[in-house]
Ligand binder design. Sequence first.
Ligand code: DC
Length: 224
Amino acid sequence: MEQLINIAIDGPAGAGKSTVAREVAARLSFVYIDTGAMYRALTYEALKHQADVHNEEAVMGHLKEMVIVLGKDAETGLVVVNGENVTEAIRSSDVTANVSYIARHEQVRREMVRKQQEMAKSKRTVMDGRDIGTAVLPEAEVKIFLTASVEERARRRHEEQIAKGMPSDYETLITEIARRDRIDSEREIAPLKKASDAVEVDSTELSAEQVIDTILDIVRKRGS
Ligand code: DC
């Protein structure tokens, strides 16, 4: 498919966005851009330098110094910040617990959006996040809003962690996911919200493969 389009995939934490976005990009030979990884990378940098995550000026100082490279190879999801491979580190519980605070700052969002728009300029990208269809790429040719129930998202995360041999508590995950949903949806700037022209896909009862097929179908029908 040689379509000159961008695909925006938004939705709450744990709905399976990155898994399906990565695979949709691979099948279309598009570039996958994980915008959550960009906010996570900045959070990692701020925490590493013991910056106050609530202090916008301090956080902006780190963003200005930050050179972030997202691996072109969608398979690995490589993230390099100022020459350091942070692919694993940005998934730590410390980063996860603080990233919503970082993503709340207005100047931070403005700069991230600018970087993301630059990355999508030549099209053929699949970008996932919270505000892609509404703020980053409002003109994206295909917009998906991917959801799943809180319980199902917690169940998937729980299984992932168990499979990795990590400690995991299902009830705690439910509380954490609901908390992040609240912070992401209630923030003043670019809250998590379905774009009016996005297609909502509820993945609660679907396998990853079914979600990927649904999205590829939408691309075939609407993206030409
Ligand atoms: O998708 P994720 O869990 O890696 O996202 C990490 C955090 O970044 C999450 O709290 C929401 C925020 N985020 C955002 O505000 N805007 C985006 N475009 C992507 C992520």
